[in-house]
Design a protein around this ligand. Structure first.
Ligand SMILES: NC(=O)c1ccc[n+]([C@@H]2O[C@H](COP(=O)([O-])OP(=O)(O)OC[C@H]3O[C@@H](n4cnc5c(N)ncnc54)[C@H](OP(=O)(O)O)[C@@H]3O)[C@@H](O)[C@H]2O)c1
Length: 252
């Protein structure tokens, strides 16, 4: 997908991976529409990238539709959507409050589906566009203590894969990028800091660089860091072995 002169909407751009991705997309020549809830941070980013700030609570389906309308209203079209906004929750599943279950499913899974529903018709009509989904290694292997988070990300992966098949030949590309552990506010916000020595958290900008490269090259699927495809492959061919190893080394 050609990034120069495209219009790119980045959800969850007020922080972390989304912020870094918006900066890189703008650097590559896109006009960026930056979404988030934190108006102060969003205004600062919009200044930095000469972009348009768009606020919206993605746990609310009405606001998802309003975000799509605001994006189209601001730029007339959206060529690239980076579905990045997301939230975690860590702890034993049976202690997870119902409201947090609903919030994670709404923000991590239902919102990207709703936003795609609203913005895909324009891309199809133009015969061009790109949908990029920020998933997670958690959704590809499962993680103890993050059952609902992992389920939403696995759902997002399945949505992306299915859409990719459906949109073949339409000119609309679909990418999914699964990061591992990234240095952002994600962990403090999920209510449990990242507490392991390995793997070491990587900078958000490394994910953003991989993401923008994947959009530009129309890559279907990827991991950052790339070695994460190994545990996924082990789980695929030897699930029993994988579970034994995850029991010893896994967890969040
Ligand atoms: N950090 C990691 O290790 C890691 C690993 C794998 C995948 N990921 C995924 O990467 C994506 C970005 O996360 P990050 O690490 O950059 O975390 P982050 O720094 O906490 O950023 C999350 C972004 O999502 C937005 N957001 C969260 N809840 C929202 C809601 N209810 N409505 C609207 N926007 C909401 C936040 O907006 P406000 O700040 O304005 O509220 C923020 O811009 C997420 O999908 C996450 O699951 C992260």
């Amino acid at each position: 997908m050609r990034i120069r002169d495209s219009v790119a909407l980045v959800t969850g751009a007020s922080s972390g991976i989304g912020w870094a991705s918006a900066v890189r997309l703008a650097g590559a020549g896109a006009r960026v529409l930056v979404h988030g809830r934190d108006e102060g941070r969003l205004a600062a980013l919009a200044d930095l990238v000469d972009g348009v700030p768009l606020t919206g609570e993605l746990a609310d389906p009405g606001q998802v539709d309003r975000l799509a309308a605001a994006a189209l209203g601001a730029a007339g079209r959206v060529d690239i959507v980076v579905h990045n906004a997301g939230a975690g929750w860590a702890g034993p599943f049976d202690r997870m409050p119902e409201a947090d279950i609903g919030r994670l499913v709404a923000v991590n899974l239902a919102a990207p589906i709703g936003l795609t529903r609203a913005l895909l018709p324009g891309m199809r009509a133009r015969g061009e566009g790109h949908l990029m989904f920020v998933t997670s290694i958690a959704g590809r292997v499962g993680v103890a203590g993050e059952a609902v988070y992992a389920a939403t990300k696995a759902g997002l992966d399945a949505f992306a894969e299915s859409l990719r098949l459906e949109l073949r030949g339409s000119g609309v590309g679909v990418g999914a990028l699964a990061p591992g552990v990234v240095q952002t506010r994600f962990f403090e916000r999920r209510g449990q800091p990242y507490g392991r020595d390995h793997p070491r958290p990587i900078p958000a900008d490394r994910v953003a660089a991989a993401l923008v490269r994947a959009v530009a090259e129309g890559r279907d699927d990827g991991y950052v860091p790339g070695w994460l495809r190994l545990p996924v492959a082990v789980r695929g061919v030897a699930p029993g072995l994988y579970r034994r190893l995850a029991g010893r080394f896994g967890g969040s």
